[in-house]
Structures are given as C-alpha cells and as structure tokens.
Design a protein around this ligand. Structure first.
Ligand code: G3P
Ligand code: MG
Length: 605
C-alpha cells in the first residue's frame, strides 16, 4: 500500500507522539461507561437532494425514500447516518455513548467528483482498446513501460486509425448478458452475514456463486470481506471461507480488524498482543513483522501472582515465552487483536501496564500518564454467533477497561481504534478492493484474449485510449498513486473507481455506519441474519434492508443491470445488429476508422 502519512499515537492518558507510518491509522477516542450504547433511536427524516451522477434509477429511489422513511416495515429506510443529533461528550451526562465518542457521526461521506460509468469494467476496457487504435510491437510496450506513461481507458481518442472499431459500437438491448466484469463491487461483513460462529449461513454459498458469474446476466462482480473479527492469519481466514462456501477466496480479499495494524510494525518494538486462543495472535503479529511480541500468558508465566485466579494449563505453558523478565522490559504498545478469552486476567495486565512507568510490569506511575498506547482492532459492543442472542464483543471489553481506569485514576482513558466504522480501515478497504478489481479484470481479459492476439497489438503512445470521463483512482483524497492494470503486452491503465460498492452487514453501529460515513458511492445493506433483528429501527439507516445476503446480492445485481442497460442503450443504435441496416452501420464505422484523420471517409461525397 502506498502513501506514507503520519500516525499520531496517544498513550492511555492521551499524551500524543507523532511517528511515521502509512495510510491506515486508528482513531483515538476518550472513554466513558455511563450509557455505552443505545442501539436504536427514533430519528427525524433526512433530506435527500440528488447528487452528481445519480442515474434515473437512483433519482427514482430517492423519491421513494422520501415517501417511505418512517415505515420501519419497508426495506428501504432512508439514507446515510441520520444520527445527526449532537453526540453527548460529557461522560457524566445521560446518553453519552462511549463507543460513539470518536466523532465518526460528524464525518461527511466523500461526494463523487465526476460521473462514473455504469457500463461493465471489461466493456469500458474493450471500447478503450478498440477506440485507441492500439497495435502492439514488443518494443513499444517496453518503451511505454520504461517511459512510465499512464493510459486511462474509456472515452476514445482523437486518432481514427482504430483496429476494431466495431467493438465500440453498441446496439440497443433488452438485456446485457455477455460475459463481463462489473464496474460495481461488493464488500461483505462476515459474522452475522456469511457465518454465525461455527455455522455457515446457507444463502451465502449461492450468493457468492452468483457474484462469481452464475447469474442470468453472466456478470462477474469483484468482492472482498471486511470483518472486525481476527485472531488468525488472513490466509487461514481465506482458507476457512473457501471450505465453507465451496469457492476460492484469497487472502488478498480479506481485511480483519487487526489487518491495518500492520502499519505499526515500524512504530513499536515491544508490543503486548491480547486476545484470541493461546498464542495465535502472537503468530499473526510476528507474521505482520512486529519484532518482540509478548502475550499475557508470558507475563503470567513470569509471575503467576499477577493473575491470582488463573493457573496456567499445560497447553498454555507450551506456548509461553519462558525467558522474559518483564521487570526489565518496556512494553511500547498494547494491541488488542481479538476478543479476550480471559477478561479478568487480560484487564488486570492491561491496567497494570496503563498505570505503569513506561510499560514496565511491577511499576506504578504517579501521574498515570506514562503507560503505553492502547489499540483495539475494533469496537463492536455485541456480535452474532450461533447463540440466539448477541454476545458481548471487544467494544464491551473497552467499556469495562475504561470504567476500571476511570475508577482508578478519575481520568478518561484514551484508546486508538481500528476496524469498522473507522475511516482508517475504510481507506484500507478501498485500496484492497481496487487492487482486487484490477486482478479480476486482468483474469477476465487474459481469459478472453487469444494467445496470438497478445503479440499482435501495438501501442501508439500519441493517441492514448481514455477510460470513460470518470476520475481515476488516482484522484482519491490522500492522492495515492493510481492503480494500474498490466495487460496485453505490458499496457498500463488507470482503473476508474467502482461505480457503486455494496456493503452487506448485520450490525448498524459498525457495518452501516462504516458504509454510510466515508464515501457516497458505498451502498449500505442491512441483513436480518445477525445482530440486527427484524422490526427494530436501526440507529444508522441503511440504504436497503433484506432478509439475508442472497437477497442483498439479487437486489444489487438487478439494480445495477437496470443502470447498465440504461447507459448502454443511451449510446446505442436502435437497429438489430445482424440486420442489413446494422451491418451498414458497422461498415461505415470501419471505413471511418480506416480513413486517415485529414481525409473524408469514402461514404461522404
Ligand atoms: O469479533 C468480531 C465480531 O465482533 C464481528 O465480526 O465479521 O461481524 O465484523 P464481523
Ligand atoms: Mg457482523
């Protein structure tokens, strides 16, 4: 990932120190326990003015929403975070929500700067190749490569010497069903959407097979998974999902709560990693590149009296580090990677370090502001498992630790949060999704490009194809470098942003807030297979509510096909492709393409 930006770290007392880092940073929040969360609230309706690039369909939907916002029974329940009431920041005041104290609700989602085409990514690619008159000879591609020039594909070039003009001509259609890669994409939450603990939600299998192309429109839709869960490597999570769903899921499609914490490896030398089973999280942290990784079990082995109620089992003794004297080690940061399996001991040790001098066990700071920074992979107060009622999650642990810290010091605990709904994790997810979309397009183009064609194409640097008028990825807010597509003799192309990203989640506080808070092109869908229960009015309003992930996929595919067909036909000729008139259109275009720019095509007398 590119774009180094400063990471500000704050220790438990909020004392900050700026250190270098990369894109994804956690958000720092103060803590209070009064009224941790009130998941559901009666909110005033929203104003839904049309935005740049809204297709007819989106405009129609907004009209509908205006009419239906209050009827909790309807599936479309308004848009964006309607929780615009001013957050209560004084912990002693009623309504103060600890898990809502980091200002996310005052964030405005990024508006799309330019219209993005709803035509499939591969069709935009094909028309760009066709219209750019590309011919390939080995040398020119290497020249292009070395010259580092960029090509953005889409809206056609000035030069008319095109090789396959017919490819860019469109005939009106009632349905678009040729094999292609969508310009829209999906991002899925996992717990409560795809799985419930050990159980796989049955509709998930069919839903993902549909996105892999098994649908009546033969469209392949790129998708990633953004979970607040963790405690194992992304590879293991991908393998588990592949087995459960009977499809191939790769680690490149997986973001867990702690994945963006990879960016802290150059910031901290000695870290205490908390949560998960045994030393699983230590292994993940070491894989990420953290140097000295300790776990609470190591401290309990060093001095069992630290945790009077927990005697190490033989199993646990097998995974502890036996050579560490924690009275001589300064823990620089505490990273809570996954849900704690022993709240009592983990809280005791975390508080010991927060109240210590420079993170040395057995010491106590007079000012309680010399402890290490405390980082959480996420802030979910509850999550859905195979038990009928939701279970407390890492957010609840944050509340508990903050209550102990406040009771002990009278101070507010400052923590740094990762995971949904944080903006740092959103940026991270956006980059992972763009890279995955590129891979999916590459595989598609490769599959469709006959071997010999690869060699024939020639690149003409003067008339570069342009990929739709849309702004390319390179224009995202933190100015990260553009994403490229290597294909067809080393041609490098900018990839336009996804026309829409459908985010399917089960928890309004993390998933819907995540999808609504950062980018208007993200479309939040709330399902009823997890934390959210039918009939309740979610505090963070999704763009759509439906029974399960399969319905969510069907809803989006139909919605997008309508938009794609609308745009396809808006630039198409209304004659039957095989008809005589159709053929004459093709011939005329071929003639235009073959006619030198300064000459009149032969059919113009
Ligand atoms: O511990 C993870 C849980 O809180 C939620 O996971 O997949 O729903 O984001 P997920
Ligand atoms: Mg979930």
């Amino acid at each position: 990932m590119s774009g180094k930006s400063d990471i500000t770290t704050k220790n438990s007392a909020g004392v900050s120190s700026a250190v270098g880092g990369s894109g994804a940073t956690g958000t720092t929040g103060t803590v209070n326990t009064n009224n941790p969360t009130n998941m559901f609230s009666k909110e005033p309706p929203i104003n839904t003015s049309d935005k740049v690039g809204d297709s007819k369909i989106e405009k129609k939907e907004k009209e509908e929403e205006k009419k239906t916002v209050h009827s909790s029974s309807s599936n479309d329940v308004g848009e964006g975070n309607t929780n615009k009431s001013t957050p209560v920041i004084d912990p002693s005041q009623p309504g103060y929500s600890y898990l809502n104290n980091d200002g996310i609700d005052s964030l405005q989602p990024l508006a799309r700067k330019k219209q993005v085409s709803n035509l499939s990514l591969s069709d935009q690619w094909n028309s760009s190749v066709a219209l750019s008159g590309m011919n390939s000879t080995k040398s020119s591609s290497t020249n292009l490569k070395n010259s580092g020039s960029r090509v953005s594909f889409g809206a056609g070039s000035s030069n008319r010497s095109s090789r396959r003009p017919s490819l860019s001509m469109r005939f009106k259609k009632n349905i678009i069903d040729h094999e292609r890669v969508a310009s829209y994409a999906f991002a899925f939450d996992i717990d409560g959407v795809i799985v419930r603990g050990p159980d796989t939600i049955p509709e998930a299998k069919e839903a993902l097979k549909m996105l892999n192309g098994q649908n009546k429109y033969n469209i392949k839709v790129p998708y990633i998974f953004v979970t607040n869960g963790g405690g194992r490597p992304e590879e293991a999570r991908a393998k588990d999902l592949s087995q459960r769903l009977g499809i191939e899921v790769t680690p490149e499609q997986i973001i867990q709560g702690h994945t963006p914490m990879k960016d802290l490896i150059d910031v901290y030398k000695n870290v205490l990693v908390v949560g998960g089973v045994g030393d699983a999280c230590r292994k993940v942290a070491i894989d990420y590149g953290f140097k000295n990784v300790y776990i609470p079990l190591d401290i309990m082995y060093w001095n069992p009296s630290v945790a009077p109620y927990h005697t190490l089992t033989e199993e646990e003794k097998k995974v502890v580090r036996k050579d560490v004297d924690f009275s001589k080690i300064s823990i620089d940061a505490i990273l809570v990677f996954a849900d704690s399996r022993d709240w009592a001991t983990d809280q005791q040790i975390i508080l010991d370090l927060l109240l210590s001098k420079k993170g040395v066990m057995g010491t106590r700071s007079e000012t309680f502001d010399e402890g290490p920074g405390l980082y959480f992979a996420h802030s979910d107060f509850v999550w859905a498992t195979n038990y009928k009622l939701s279970r407390y999650g890492m957010g609840a642990l944050q509340v508990s630790i903050a209550a102990l810290y406040r009771e002990h010091t009278g101070k507010e605990l400052v923590v740094t949060r990762f995971g949904k709904p944080q903006r740092g994790t959103f940026k991270y997810a956006n980059k992972v999704l763009s890279a995955w979309r590129k891979d999916v397009l590459e595989d598609h183009v490769e599959k469709l490009t006959p071997e010999n064609e690869e060699e024939e194409l020639e690149i003409d640097p003067k008339n570069r194809p342009v990929f739709g008028a849309s702004d390319s990825e390179s224009e995202d807010e933190d100015g990260d470098e553009a994403l490229t597509v290597q294909k067809l003799s080393q041609l490098t192309l900018d990839l336009p942003p996804a026309s829409t990203v459908y985010f399917v989640g089960d928890t309004p506080e993390s998933d819907i807030r995540f999808a609504n808070s950062h980018d208007e092109s993200w479309h939040s869908i709330l399902v009823k297979t997890g934390v959210y229960k039918d009939g309740a009015i979610p505090k963070y309003k999704p763009k759509h509510i439906c029974e399960n992930v399969l319905e969510a996929v069907k809803y989006a595919i139909e919605r997008e096909h309508k938009k794609e067909l609308e745009e396809w036909n808006s630039g198409a000729i209304d004659v039957a492709p095989g008809s005589q008139e159709g053929q004459s259109h093709v011939n005329r275009l071929e003639t235009i393409a073959a006619t030198p720019a300064n000459e009149k095509p032969s059919f113009i007398v």
